[in-house]
Design a protein around this ligand. Structure first.
Ligand SMILES: Nc1nc2c(c(=O)[nH]1)N[C@H]1C(S)=C(S)[C@@H](COP(=O)(O)O)O[C@H]1N2
Ligand SMILES: [Mo]
Length: 505
């Protein structure tokens, strides 16, 4: 068959240049807010296998993970300055188009028979690749066999990128989503768990970078005009025009990066609106994947070290409230004065003490994996009562749409890292009713939750990233609209930063 470079292949080549470059820069932004990689499910301080920061760990009593945030330069990461939420928005918008393009490419490759350009039909290609390698090492250019567009090394490396690396990066990327990871729990564990998958996703990034460097070097070796002309016109007969057009396209790509970065830093809310239009239609489908993760007790983070040290078990993020009221509750071990209020748009408003919650929960527990949006993870056994059971008791009125949670904590007052404001969060009803959306009052069979982890009562939303699992819970309010609370985005971090309330990825 005639291989050549059909127009759809050339278009795809250029789109990938755009998408992969955006994915790499936004990916580095995401990595930067927790620039450490681990081999196990847990992120116990001091056990990282790689680290991309020079910051040393803070030694505060409530050592918070927020302090591990790094902010890379906007020249490197997208958009830079530690804007994790915006980096995520760019990553997810780009991934939408990247995956669509890759699937379309596969369909076209197999539909047209062009897959033969990549997938070798006889094993001789491996030996040939060895001979080609020797040719390259001798600074000569091995030629493509008659009728094929590439030599054996090119064929094998392109096949590797299209059919191995790309599916792997998509799969490991998908499992960064708490909704996916906690629903397909077996597959998640079979692949080595959250941090191993995160490390693999990072190694995919390294593989893309290595590929790009070698690919560009080879284009220069084979002849810039000669090679780029194939990608512009489909043949190498116009090396000068082709070379110039390709160079101009690359310059425009750089301009697009600069413009998108500046736009994000100037008007993050506009990026957020575009993200919501592009990403929510598919990411909201993940509401149909309720979490069903069940670890064993001996998977709990810190079990292997006997839970001796508070930073070795469930990491803490955010500082406990420092009001007299909260300190008094703590001094009394939360027994006498704490009562969780459940009210708002319900038939039977109520207050429940911890012993009452414990009685209603009838020993129910879940041992689950916590996904902080920054990237750290911990496994904990939570005793508590599903929000759905509490809602059944309180009886939401017809028209109730959301469940709002309010914390004792005020961020500006209690946490030096953040601006002021009451910490609150909300679930759309579908998320509140998920079986692992839990009001928890005990962690790891310790009789209670430690102050750093949200004592006396906190929320667990296992389908979502960590910040939505509000700690130090004071009140639950069922509502028929959430957009009139706070700044109307459904939660503290949604209001002050660029995080999506529909945070299923
Ligand atoms: N009230 C309140 N809840 C909070 C936070 C916070 O700062 N304040 N941090 C959130 C974040 S970002 C994460 S990752 C989890 C961390 O839970 P942990 O401290 O038990 O690990 O709690 C979430 N709930
Ligand atoms: Mo977090």
């Amino acid at each position: 068959m005639e291989f050549g470079f059909p127009v759809w292949l050339r278009v795809e080549h250029f789109l990938n240049l755009v998408f992969v470059s955006f994915l790499i820069r936004s990916g580095i932004e995401i990595l930067g807010t927790y620039p450490k990689l681990y081999r196990s499910q847990h992120t116990v301080p001091g056990t990282a296998w790689a680290q991309f920061t020079v910051q040393s760990q803070a030694k505060h009593k409530y050592y918070t993970v927020g302090g591990e945030y790094d902010d890379y330069s906007p020249r490197l990461s997208m958009p830079g300055k530690g804007m994790l939420g915006l980096g995520r928005y760019w990553h997810f918008m780009t991934v939408t188009f990247f995956v669509i393009t890759w699937v379309a490419y596969l369909v076209l490759l197999f539909g047209t028979g062009q897959w033969r350009r990549y997938i070798p039909t006889d094993l001789g290609v491996v030996a040939q690749a060895g001979r080609d390698m020797i040719a390259y090492l001798a600074f000569t250019v091995p030629h493509a066999p008659e009728g094929l567009p590439f030599n054996a090394i090119q064929q094998l490396s392109y096949a590797g990128v299209v059919f191995v690396l790309t599916p792997l990066v998509i799969l490991t990327g998908a499992f960064q989503s708490p909704a996916i990871a906690n629903h397909f729990s077996r597959l998640n564990r079979a692949m080595g768990g959250r941090q191993v998958i995160r490390s693999l996703h990072f190694l995919c990034l390294v593989a893309y970078l290595v590929f790009v460097v070698i690919h560009v070097a080879m284009v220069l070796l084979h002849g810039w005009g000669h090679e780029t002309s194939k990608m512009v016109f489909g043949h190498s007969d116009s090396p000068v025009t082709g070379g110039v057009i390709f160079a101009v396209a690359l310059a425009l790509l750089v301009v697009a990066h600069v413009a998108a970065t500046r736009w994000s830093l100037r008007d993050g809310r506009a990026v957020e609106r575009v993200h919501n239009v592009i990403v929510r239609p598919w990411s909201n489908l993940l509401y149909r994947l309720p979490a069903r993760m069940h670890y064993d007790r001996d998977n709990v983070t810190g079990t292997d070290v006997g839970l001796k040290n508070a930073t070795q078990n469930f990491r803490g993020s955010g500082r406990p409230p420092e009001t007299d009221e909260y300190l008094a509750l703590m001094a009394n071990c939360y027994v006498d004065d704490y009562a969780l209020e459940i009210g708002g748009y319900v038939e039977r408003p109520m207050t429940l003490t911890v012993p009452q919650l414990r009685e209603l929960a009838q020993g129910h527990s879940q041992t689950t994996l916590h996904h902080c949006v920054q990237g750290f993870s911990s496994i904990g056994k939570w005793r508590g009562i599903p929000v759905s059971a509490l809602l059944e008791l309180a009886g939401p009125l017809p028209g109730a749409t959301d469940v709002v949670y309010v914390s004792f904590q005020n961020m500006g007052r209690d946490d030096a890292l953040y601006e002021g404001g009451l910490y609150y969060e909300s679930n759309p009803m579908i998320e509140a009713l998920h079986p692992q959306t839990l009001v928890a009052f005990e962690l790891n069979d310790e009789g209670e939750i430690a102050a750093k982890n949200g004592a006396p009562v906190r929320l667990r939303v296992e389908t979502s990233t960590g910040f939505r699992s509000i700690k130090w819970l004071e009140r639950i309010e069922v509502v028929n609209r959430y957009d009139i609370i706070g700044q109307g985005r459904g939660g503290y971090f949604e209001d002050v930063d660029f995080f999506d309330r529909n945070q299923l990825i």
